[in-house]
Design a protein around this ligand. Structure first.
Ligand code: NAD
Length: 457
């Protein structure tokens, strides 16, 4: 069947299932969430194998960064489901006296989730958890750039959840385009901002709301007032320990002062040698670059004429992997400082005073995450007030995503809308205003004729 027919049929079936009311009861939602929990537990080895096939992702990373996060999202949703689903009473209001009022959460309907390749299990299932918890029917389109995980999801989901209400359609641009042409009640897209614009223009045709989880250049500011060893370990873990830098909230570049840069560089080199040894290309603990397009893109960033002599560590590559690579003072107009890197290259930009970092970050598009390492609480407050970013972490990188009480999402070019924890439920829920009046309590002035006597003016 051609892509458009597949998309239309899948959407129609989901619409019929949703209209039957099947997805609404708490018991259905909980059963699906428990199904996902079982899938994560029983299929751990298969999921890790798919992630290894797609990205050579180390098993520890696969478990900690993908499977365990899915598990914790499911448990959080299960524990809070009843509370989230309850209508919230609000004051009745004088003008409508006597009345009661409440905000009633209702599912949006049939939603489309389009996910990305870099955390292909987590980024597919995590939004689906929110969509199910909120009582929607869901169509998931995993990324074709991670084909082993995509086909595993297509195989596993019907075995663990209700396939009349939760479907997987695999495919690339043609299949996604066919899906985007359909009318959905919400589109949740994770990926780059160029495709984000395409998604939004399709959504506009049907006035469909979107969540766009995009990327950007996540800065790390390193002040001299730090525990340097801990700081460099945490920067390295957030960069190379996250899919070899192919993560949306990985540090993209560092800003530090000219005077502190030599110490920071020295510490980073020591940590990298300890983590990945003398021959990082052979390290089992480093993911590979996902495909030749991305490999060539990253090589071109390193090889640009004004950048190639700025490499101060690393730079090695074989046909699949690129080693952790540090660059000192790559020009700000080079491609590596203009585009999101999304790989193992880490430029360090030096400034005279650490406060100059604020203007430098704000001169670029708003990042998905911004990091500051410092013991100086005044500097932290100033950073929080002056730097705009989807999320912010002091003295670590990336870990805010594990806190279910924090919204995860971008701002400006790094995206719109958010999810995780309660925010996932909210992303897929309409909050319906309900006002309930009784018959007594008529105000004569409300009805024509509007005579002076009635209004007393
Ligand atoms: P990708 O290539 O997997 O694309 C994402 C999805 O878009 C896929 O399902 C793909 O089929 C679809 N797609 C691609 N081209 C399309 C087109 N022309 N029309 C319609 N659909 C299309 O992933 P990517 O974009 O390379 O992902 C990397 C980007 O995603 C980075 O910018 C990264 O920062 C961002 N990202 C953001 C988050 C987040 O949570 N905010 C998470 C991961 C990645």
């Amino acid at each position: 069947m051609e892509a458009v027919a597949v998309a239309a049929e899948a959407r129609e079936r989901l619409r019929a299932s949703f209209a039957s009311g099947r997805t609404r009861p708490a018991a259905w939602r909980a059963a699906q969430l428990r199904g996902l929990l079982r899938m994560a537990a029983e299929m751990e080895a298969e999921i890790c194998a798919a992630l290894r096939a797609d990205l050579a992702k180390p098993r520890t990373e696969s478990y900690v960064h993908e499977i365990s996060l899915v598990t914790s999202s499911c448990k959080f949703a299960l524990n809070n489901l009843k509370k989230w689903m309850e209508p919230k009473k609000v004051p009745g209001g004088l003008l409508t006296f006597p009345s009661t009022a409440r905000v009633t959460p209702e599912p949006l309907g049939v939603v489309l989730v389009v996910s990305a390749w870099n955390y292909p299990f987590l980024l597919a299932i995590d939004p689906v958890i929110g969509a199910i918890a909120a009582g929607n029917a869901v169509l998931l389109k995993p990324s074709e750039i991670a084909p082993a995980t995509s086909s595993l999801l297509a195989d596993l989901l019907p075995r663990y959840v209700d396939s009349s209400c939760i479907k997987v359609v695999e495919g690339g641009v043609a299949e996604t385009t066919a899906l985007l042409e359909q009318k959905w009640d919400k589109i949740f897209y994770t990926g780059n901002s160029k495709v984000g614009r395409i998604v939004m223009s399709f959504a506009a045709k049907h006035l469909t709301p979107v969540v766009l989880e995009l990327g950007g250049k996540c800065p790390v500011v390193v002040d001299s007032n730090v525990d340097l060893h801990v700081a460099t370990k945490r920067i390295a873990a957030g960069k190379w320990g996250c899919n070899n830098g192919q993560a949306c909230i990985s540090p993209d570049y560092i800003i530090t002062t000219k005077s502190f840069a030599p110490k920071l560089l020295d510490s980073l080199k020591k940590v990298l040698n300890k983590f990945y040894g003398k021959d990082p290309l052979r390290s089992e603990d480093l993911s590979r670059i996902v495909n030749s397009n991305h490999f060539n893109r990253l090589k071109a960033l390193m090889d640009e004429e004004m950048v190639s002599d700025k490499i101060v560590f690393g730079g090695q590559s074989d046909e699949q992997k690129i080693a952790p690579t540090l660059l000192l003072d790559a020009p700000l107009d080079s491609a590596i400082m203009k585009e999101e890197i999304f790989g193992p290259l880490l430029p360090i930009i030096t400034v005279d005073k650490i406060h100059e970092s604020f203007a430098l970050i704000n001169s670029m598009t708003k990042p998905l995450a911004a990091y500051l390492f410092s013991k100086d609480s005044k500097l932290k407050r100033q950073f929080e007030r002056n730097v705009s970013a989807g999320g912010m972490v002091f003295n670590d990188t990336g870990i805010h995503l594990t806190n279910q009480n924090l919204p995860f999402g971008g701002v400006g070019e790094s995206g719109m809308g958010a999810y995780h924890g309660t925010f996932s439920f909210d992303a897929f829920t309409h909050r319906k205003a309900v006002l309930d009046r009784s018959f007594p309590g008529e105000a004569k002035a409300r009805y024509p004729p509007y005579t002076r006597g009635k209004l007393k003016i």
